[in-house]
Design a protein around this ligand. Sequence first.
Ligand code: PGA
Length: 258
Amino acid sequence: MNKAVRKAIIAGNWKMNKTRPEAKELIEAIKPLVANAEGKVEVITCVPFTNLETAVAATAGSNIKVGAENVHFAKSGAFTGEISADMLVEVGVEYVVIGHSERRQYFGETDETVNKRTAAALAAGLKPIVCVGELKWERECNITEEVIARQIKLDLWEVSKEDVKKVVIAYEPVWAIGTGLTATPDQAQEVCAFIRAQLAKLYDEETAQAVTIQYGGSMNAGNAAELLAKPDIDGGLIGGASLKAPDFNTIVQAAVEG
Ligand code: PGA
């Protein structure tokens, strides 16, 4: 298809891991390994809020970009424990993960709040990585496409054609996250192509071809190349394997070659 027009993006999602000194150490280890990806693959580390400033400082002058793992939709106000898009921008953050299945599962995130967070992130100049994916039971009931179509439509509600090109979609089947169960490359490709078809329906074909779609869910050094070789899989959102510099680098190199 049109892989050449899209940016390949490999993003680490550290989740709730690493203190500041540990974060610095991991980034310093990753930096020289992935330097050759510059201009070919966008490399991002999405880190806990407390590590953002450390990550921005440690990645300065390198080709690694920094992302947060969530953002609130209000500009400011009485939202104890939350962080606004302006606060992230001020620290030097460029990307933000929105609607991760762990947030949907444990913290009451809905498609409506994902949509509001996405709009707030875009308005502040952040690039959202919007996560979608079906539950195991939904796949077993054969409604994966309905679930994904609904998420894409609601999560991107009223996002303009210009703005959607700044959005990265991460297809993360919930049953594959942190379980060691990876979707087969064919399963992942099938849904990523379906997501692109939905984008073409909601926007147009040219826009759909411009959006980076990642796969996430137990992507690792061993299976990344095969997944990334698929025509509609433009990158990966990596959890566990992003916490080990050599493994993360192997995935980045697979994208460089892919
Ligand atoms: P995993 O996590 O790679 O550990 O399965 C992926 C994610 O949650 O983004």
